[in-house]
Design a protein around this ligand. Structure first.
Ligand code: F6R
Length: 351
């Protein structure tokens, strides 16, 4: 198959060939993802003691972009069913007009140099809002240190931001006192990483099996559908990880909202790619089952994953633990190095 620029789609590779993995995945991104549970645990055990002034605020805005911005989505989705304060993700420069002195602004940027996040933090300081920074350094650290605002400095061992989300997410959860379920979430991540480790052959490895589906789809763009809230965040995370790691497009949407719009497009099967159903919410399982019965055969292939665990955070971990591995295995299956992100570098340099 040829793309718009005439680039040949790569042949799908064997995922049980260690030598080929090492040749394609030059920086061993797979190791970064396999070590995610250790990264979350190290952040938990570091026990950062910065606590947000929660009794002085009535809203929380979490700002960040890309691999740091997903932290904002996760925190908002985890907080929604159980937190007294509204938590609003912000993924563009500046802040909503209602943000003022009674809004906590959490600025998350792994590098500390992302223009949009810096602009939000600067605006928060101008408006007298309390700001909490989570970063490895950069201009964000300087800005908040100069302003006397609290800062959690995370290690930068040279890992890409998108593979550092545990190191960023854990201190935000701790600062917001949303960290009660972290132990269970990490245990869930550990279990998945063992079950889906590179040494487990494709025949028994759910991450490799799903990656082979995604890499093998030669018709259209895959659709990733998650149940509203955490399932939708997991679908979006996979979409972003497939883009950055596997250099591959995907679309995503949420159940039940897609019942009221996107479902109508499924009758056009001429360009259909595969579909992945991501069910996080047990209350939505019946609806997902009906949709699958009615429409799975409108897609090139259809697969489903279901979250496990009692708490929202554990359930998110059960999904992202699998899906992050899927994205790197998809890159390897396509013969694409997961680490370089040249277009992002070009855009940042040009702005
Ligand atoms: C790179 C990545 C990007 C960055 C984004 C923001 O691995 O995932 O999406 O996260 O460009 O940069 P930071 O995270 O440094 O604020």
């Amino acid at each position: 198959m040829s793309g718009p620029t005439g680039v040949e789609a790569p042949a799908v590779m064997d995922l049980d060939d260690d030598a080929r993995q090492a040749e394609v995945d030059t920086a061993d991104a797979l190791a970064d993802v396999e070590q995610a549970p250790a990264q979350w645990r190290a952040a938990l055990e570091a026990g950062q003691d910065v606590r947000a002034p929660l009794d002085l605020v009535d809203h929380v805005v979490v700002c960040g972009m890309g691999g740091s911005g997903i932290v904002a989505d996760v925190v908002a989705a985890v907080a929604a069913p159980r937190y007294d304060l509204p938590v609003v993700p912000r993924k563009s420069p500046g802040l909503p007009a209602w943000v003022g002195g009674a809004t906590l602004v959490v600025a998350v940027s792994y590098s500390g140099n992302t223009a949009e996040t810096l602009a939000s933090a600067e605006e928060a300081l101008d408006r007298g809002a309390p700001v909490l920074g989570i970063t490895s350094g950069g201009r964000l650290a300087e800005l908040l240190e100069d302003a006397g605002q609290p800062l959690v400095l995370v290690d930068d061992p040279g890992r890409p931001p998108r593979h550092s989300t545990g190191a960023l997410l854990v201190p935000v959860l701790q600062a917001l006192e949303l960290d009660g379920d972290l132990d269970d979430a990490i245990a869930r991540l550990e279990g998945i990483t063992v079950a889906c480790h590179r040494d487990v052959p494709s025949a028994d490895n759910p991450a490799k099996q799903l990656a082979l589906r995604l890499a093998g789809a030669d018709t259209g763009v895959p659709s990733l559908y998650g149940t509203a809230g955490i399932g939708e965040v997991a679908a979006y995370r996979l979409r972003c990880q497939l883009a950055e790691n596997a250099k591959m497009r995907a679309s995503h949407h949420a159940v039940p909202e897609l019942c009221h719009n996107e479902s109508v497009a499924w009758d056009d099967t001429s360009t259909a790619g595969g579909v992945l159903w991501i069910c996080e919410d047990p209350a939505e399982q019946a609806r997902v089952d009906v949709l699958r019965d009615l429409f799975d055969d409108h897609f090139a292939w259809a697969e489903g994953v279901t979250a496990e665990g009692a708490s929202p955070l554990e359930r998110y971990a059960s999904l992202v633990g699998l899906l992050d591995l899927v994205s790197v295995h998809t890159a390897i299956a396509r013969g694409v190095d997961p680490t370089p992100i040249a277009p992002i570098d070009r855009i940042k340099a040009a702005l």
